[in-house]
Design a protein around this ligand. Structure first.
Ligand SMILES: Cc1cc2nc3c(=O)[nH]c(=O)nc-3n(C[C@H](O)[C@H](O)[C@H](O)COP(=O)(O)OP(=O)(O)OC[C@H]3O[C@@H](n4cnc5c(N)ncnc54)[C@H](O)[C@@H]3O)c2cc1C
Length: 374
């Protein structure tokens, strides 16, 4: 058992969300502790060129970008641990986290930035380069990589909403998009199916399992090897890009007994803040975002989570997913801002006292009040 650490802000994950949260929390002099986890720097460390992160007019390599994030977080005093969290107790504050290398960590506030992982098929040729052709024609993100396939024939693997969305989006760039699906019908919603089936640039190969991505580090992707699961026949299909679109899995299993999540495991946050259902626990980036899943959105929500944690530690109210606000002292402010439930259960008014202001004096209304006084 290693030493017990006690910190005001503990951040799980060092992708764009976690490191942005660290930059903000460190500059607020909260000395955050970042736990790197199994992928220091996050998902961008397994990609090559990042062309859509603002501020880099000529693009930047993913690992280099994440190195810059880390340097910036370190510059303001962020501490790092190279290990991963394998158990947590979020039942009371300070929260307790246990790491694989034997640390016990107490956290006054916790920011979860543990990201998500694209699901892969585990077939030859699919792994990130240099082992496979990942980043050299194989991708799991049309928004990130579609631009690289202008005028090229590509394949999208999958039959759900994600696959139909990616296929439709990729027709902007690709000369042809061929959807490979292992069944003879799609499981995507009707509207997404209709859009893809009616799109003249999309073809379908049904009842086919993708067995291998073909190509080399010199050529990039040149095709795929398919297995017809009705006839058993094997065939090759020429293409220059392969998008695996069979879903994502948020890295949130270790928190599942404590936090509200959707059916896939994305942590529910407040919408107007990054608060979870437990006061003092915030989530940001891909761990809570099933929609955008971009480095810039992860960084943006990381900033929000850090500011929420700062506010919480300053005894200011933070909005929860129910619309109520909570404070570090345990006060709960109703969603309409009219009542406060004190830690002992007593309910008091949150309305400004019924007193006319003295001439020229401003009236201070409850923080976060959205209604202006009439
Ligand atoms: C190949 C590829 C290319 C991409 N290209 C682009 C692009 O060009 N532009 C773009 O905007 N987006 C791109 N993305 C998407 C982008 O990388 C993600 O949206 C972004 O990285 C999400 O950031 P995050 O900080 O939420 O999570 P992640 O980057 O996933 O980081 C998660 C962090 O949590 C840590 N972690 C996980 N579990 C634990 C645990 N139990 N304990 C401690 N730590 C843990 C991991 O080690 C990691 O450090 C790409 C993604 C991939 C996979």
């Amino acid at each position: 058992m290693k030493e017990t650490l006690h910190r005001e802000v503990v951040i799980v994950g060092s992708g764009p969300a976690g490191l942005t949260a660290a930059i903000y929390a460190a500059r607020a002099e909260l000395r955050p502790l970042v736990i790197h986890g199994p992928q220091p720097g996050g998902q961008l460390t397994i990609t090559t060129e990042v062309e859509n992160y603002p501020g880099f007019a000529n693009g930047i390599q993913g690992p280099e970008l994440m190195q810059q994030f880390e340097e910036q977080a370190k510059r303001f005093g962020t501490e790092f641990l190279v290990t991963f969290v394998n158990k947590v107790d979020l039942g009371r504050r300070p929260f307790t986290l246990w790491t694989e290398d034997g640390h016990e960590i107490r956290a006054e506030t916790l920011i979860i930035a543990s990201g998500a992982s694209a699901k892969w098929l585990g077939i030859p040729g699919e792994a990130p380069a240099p082992e496979g052709l990942g980043g050299m024609g194989v991708s799991a993100c049309a928004t990130c990589d579609g631009f690289f396939f202008k005028g090229k024939p590509i394949v999208v693997v999958g039959g759900g909403d994600t696959a139909m969305e990616e296929a439709t989006f990729l027709t902007r760039y690709a000369s042809r998009v061929t959807v490979v699906h292992r069944r003879d019908s799609l499981r995507a919603s009707k509207i997404m199916q209709d859009k893809a089936l009616k799109n003249p640039k999309i073809d379908f190969i049904w009842n086919a399992d993708l067995k291998e991505v073909l190509g080399s580090s010199e050529t990039g992707v040149t095709g795929i090897r398919l297995h017809d699961n009705r006839t058993g026949e094997e065939s090759e299909f020429a293409c220059e890009g392969v998008f695996i679109a069979i879903g994502h899995k948020p890295n949130t299993d270790v928190f599942k007994d404590w936090l509200e999540m959707d059916s896939v495991g994305y942590i529910k946050t407040a919408g107007v803040s990054m608060a979870t259902n437990i006061p003092g626990v915030f989530a940001c980036g891909d761990a809570q975002d099933s929609v955008y899943r971009q480095a810039i959105t992860a960084a943006g929500t990381g900033c929000m989570a850090a500011i929420d944690a700062e506010r919480f530690l300053d005894s200011l109210p933070v909005t929860t997913p129910t619309g109520e606000e909570v404070t570090i002292e345990g006060e709960v402010i109703s969603a309409d801002h009219e009542k406060v439930t004190l830690p002992g259960g007593e309910v008091v008014s949150n309305l400004p006292e019924d007193q006319p202001p003295a001439d020229g004096e401003a009236v201070v209304y409850a923080r976060h009040s959205t209604e202006l006084p009439s």
